[in-house]
Write a protein that binds this ligand. Structure first.
Ligand code: ADP
Length: 263
């Protein structure tokens, strides 16, 4: 497609009212996809029109977390995204053979993300969430190019080492001129029966990322939430029912993580 202009991404058109959040993390396994899936379901349950692009091409997990198992249909040359828990979802996982690894280089990844944005029938979305791969690789750069108006949500654990890498992902924003919307600390503690908090992964990571990004970027980057370890969150993700909507579309009263993500 050398020489051809890149197709326009509808979400970047002047006047587009869609709020776009790219969920990122320094490393894998910190709960980035869980946060994306649960936020999406919570926002949809509040009546918003929500879409999720699973841009974690190699490590896609959104289809399982949202319980989508069917292949998207096509209409007039556009891809119709499956809807789960009121959320429109697209993922590379819907297009690859079961359990086959995705082994693509940068340009292919860029095309995939671009197609997710331009060839999918999203309709008018209030919110678009993107689950980025961890780190600052090809997809992160592609998303910054394709969606310069996307705000960044940084997910980290309380651990110092995790926080340091998370800061680097947030700092990409200085180069791409994207705004960092805030920091979410996950796996912050394990609630104990006596009401105390067992800080399995230490403490302070989220606060550290928030403070350092605030200083470097020159505006307040808030620590938006500290989510505890929560068995119901894990079980919900495995079962394809985000815990934020597990109680007939509402968060269960005894799931602190779900309650925090529904605020
Ligand atoms: P990432 O997208 O950062 O790689 P995931 O969202 O896939 O991370 O989470 C990694 C694993 O940890 C998953 O099995 C998920 O269910 C679990 N998990 C994430 N956050 C929590 C939490 N707050 N409490 C319990 N389990 C969690």
């Amino acid at each position: 497609r050398g020489g051809q202009a890149e197709p326009e991404v509808p979400f970047t058109k002047p006047g587009s009212l869609t709020r776009i959040y790219a969920v990122t993390s320094g490393k894998g396994g910190v709960g980035k996809s869980s946060v994306t899936a649960n936020l999406a379901a919570a926002l949809a349950s509040q009546g918003l029109s929500v879409g999720v692009v699973d841009a974690d091409i190699y490590g896609f997990s959104i289809p399982r977390m949202l319980g989508v198992d069917h292949v998207p249909t096509q209409l007039d040359g556009m891809i119709v995204p499956p809807v789960a828990h009121g959320v429109k979802v697209i993922s590379i996982g819907m297009f690859v053979e079961d359990k086959q690894p995705v082994v693509w280089r940068g340009p292919m990844l860029h095309r995939a993300v671009q197609q997710f944005l331009t060839d999918v029938f999203w309709g008018d979305l209030d919110v678009l969430l993107l689950d980025l791969p961890p780190g600052t690789g090809d997809v992160t750069i592609s998303v910054a190019q394709l969606l310069p108006n996307a705000q960044i949500l940084v997910v980290t654990t309380p651990q110092t080492a995790a926080a340091e890498v998370a800061e680097r992902t947030g700092l990409i924003a200085t180069q791409t001129k994207q705004k960092v919307a805030g920091v979410i600390e996950n796996m912050s503690y394990l609630p104990q029966a006596d009401g105390s908090r067992l800080e399995i992964f230490g403490a302070g990571g989220g606060q550290a990322v928030s403070a350092s990004l605030t200083q470097t970027l020159g505006y307040e980057v808030e620590l938006l939430a500290q989510l505890p370890l929560d068995i119901q969150l894990r079980e919900g993700s495995d079962a394809g029912v985000p815990v934020t909507v597990a109680n007939s579309g509402r968060p269960p009263a005894d799931s602190p993580a779900a309650l925090a993500l529904s605020e």
